[in-house]
Design a binder for this molecule. Structure first.
Ligand code: PLP
Length: 279
């Protein structure tokens, strides 16, 4: 089977998968999600992704229908059915189907959706050259730590960068860098990796945590604090972390050259360590 869908416990081809128009995910964006990728057919950091799914659901008082053990079995079965060497697994849990009313009933049965599609990793030449980014005002809500399907501000930011022909939006809230529209942002200043602290303003990225641990284990100091917009232009290095981008150097922001305009030594080292880690 190529692209696989799993809806409320049943597997089917993606083209046959449907949910009701009364689903609160469709009506209100009332749901949470995760994106996981495989390396050589195996899901990377599945447990951490499932733990975050659980945290996001709990934060919205949304009952998760499956335990981590049950989810793991479903995810592995889905990967097996799709049989792609590199796959992207998208899990979504919404508050389910109910007549439209902003307030919800505790009895609603959640809708569970999982899809598995082929994943095309970024070309290694893009990784090697680094990418360009632009700053965009962070107009998201006050709980960006919840991985909610309500992604309108990210949708707009990604559209701006597509129109500008650059790779990622670096979000700026009240003068400080929060994160990217689909990634976390890290900066190197005098040999230290600096990134925004966990809290309501950023998504606690699974890749972010792996990369910060790799840095520490290699003796690279790490500091979690907010950086101002001007600090990012003056940084020695800037890079993005995320499930789909891994560790991706940024060499230009808003047309300004970062460092010497090429991926820096710490970003390159952490990208290599990350590749070793996933292998
Ligand atoms: N920040 C945002 C807003 C994201 O959407 C993502 C990934 O989708 C990330 C950060 C990176 O998180 P992760 O490393 O868990 O993929």
């Amino acid at each position: 089977m190529p692209d696989v869908a799993f809806i409320n416990g049943a597997f089917m081809p993606l083209a046959e998968a449907k949910v009701s128009i009364e689903d609160r995910g469709f009506q209100f964006g009332d749901g949470v999600y995760e994106v996981i990728r495989t390396y050589n057919g195996r899901p990377f950091a599945l447990e951490t992704h499932l733990a975050r799914l659980d945290r996001s659901a709990k934060a919205l008082d949304l009952t998760q229908p499956y335990s981590s053990v049950e989810w793991t079995a479903h995810v592995l079965e889905a990967i097996g059915r799709a049989a792609y060497p590199e796959a992207k697994i998208y899990i979504q849990v919404t508050r389910g189907v109910a007549p439209r009313d902003h307030a919800y009933s505790a009895e609603a049965t959640p809708t569970v959706v999982m899809t598995v599609r082929e994943f095309h990793p970024l070309d290694r030449s893009i990784q090697a050259a680094g990418v360009e980014a632009m700053t965009v005002e962070d107009i998201r809500w006050g709980r960006c730590d919840i991985k909610s399907v309500n992604l309108l501000a990210n949708v707009l930011a990604r559209q701006y960068v597509r129109q500008a022909g650059v790779f990622e939006a670096i979000l700026v809230k009240e003068g400080v860098i929060t994160e990217g529209a689909i990634s976390n942002v890290m900066v190197v200043q005098g040999g230290t990796v600096v990134t925004a602290p966990e809290g309501p303003r950023i998504l606690p990225g699974v890749t972010r945590a792996v990369v910060l641990n790799l840095a520490l284990s290699e003796g690279v100091p790490v500091e979690e604090r907010f950086l101002s917009q001007s600090e990012i232009y003056e940084a020695d290095e800037v890079f993005l972390t995320g499930t789909t981008v891994e560790v991706l150097p940024v060499v230009r922001i808003d047309g300004k050259v970062i460092g010497n305009g090429r991926p820096g030594p710490i970003a390159k080292r952490l990208a290599a360590s990350f590749t070793n880690r996933v292998a």
